[in-house]
Design a binder for this molecule. Structure first.
Ligand code: C5P
Length: 223
């Protein structure tokens, strides 16, 4: 099963800190559509594993956690069993473990149906690594958003500092390069553009310019 409604999906995939999250929520706002932050589901699984002490190599136990996540998203806030964990999810330790467990096939399978359940009228912006290749292969518009490592690390640095989380720029560059490598070389659902994706390089674009380009591509698909 690929999708159970005829609502359209715009997939926005790309490497860590390429601006996908911000661009996705602004495009969704403009169109009045819902957003799927698929990375949050991997991060939530990692957070619960850290909290419950589940072995980070036990694929079966991690998949069970992923299937049982009691989570809902509301206006950009992520609630786990009634607790707002939006900030906790952004911690580097959680992101690193998320990237590690995202390479496990049972975890990806456990999250697949959950991700497709986000599809609803009038449409969905799906943000992740494999939205266009695996989760929504029939999406009428697929964007692959990239930016050079230095610009991405600077954006991540700014976000963390604004949230009061301490950070070091060179550690962030090393961390996101390691994560890119792991995401793009893993055997299952690696980070790569779908064959029919449009690649947008946002290194020299503002958020507003990037959003405008996505909306222009969406308008063009309807002509
Ligand atoms: O996008 P974000 O940084 O929140 O994702 C956290 C991790 O989850 C990524 O490093 C990646 O390994 C994994 N992920 C994935 N597939 C997705 C979304 C995220 O493998 N669709």
């Amino acid at each position: 099963m690929v999708s159970h409604t005829k609502a359209p999906v715009i997939t926005i995939d790309g490497p860590t800190a390429s601006g996908k999250g911000t661009v996705s929520s602004l495009v969704a706002k403009q169109l009045g559509w819902a957003v799927l932050d698929s990375g949050a589901l991997y991060r939530l699984t990692a957070l619960v594993a850290l909290r419950t002490g589940v072995d980070s190599t036990d694929q079966t136990a991690l998949a069970a956690l992923a299937r049982q996540l009691d989570v809902h998203f509301e206006n950009g806030v992520c609630w786990l069993e009634g607790e707002d964990v939006s900030d906790r999810l952004r911690h580097e330790q959680v992101g690193l473990l998320a990237s590690q467990i995202a390479a496990y096939e049972p975890v990806r399978t456990a999250l697949l149906a959950r991700q497709r359940d986000f599809l609803q009228a009038p449409g969905l912006i799906a943000d992740g690594r494999d939205m266009g290749t695996v989760v929504f292969p029939d999406a009428p518009l697929k964007i692959f958003l990239v930016a050079d490592a230095h610009s991405r690390a600077q954006r991540r640095y700014k976000q963390l500092i604004e949230k009061g989380i301490s950070a070091n720029l060179s550690d962030l560059i090393a961390d996101l390069q390691a994560r890119d490598l792991r995401d793009s070389t893993r055997a299952i659902a690696p980070l790569k553009p779908a064959d029919n994706a449009i690649t947008l390089d946002s290194s020299c674009l503002s958020i507003e310019e990037t959003v405008a380009q996505v909306l222009a591509h969406w308008a063009a698909t309807k002509n």
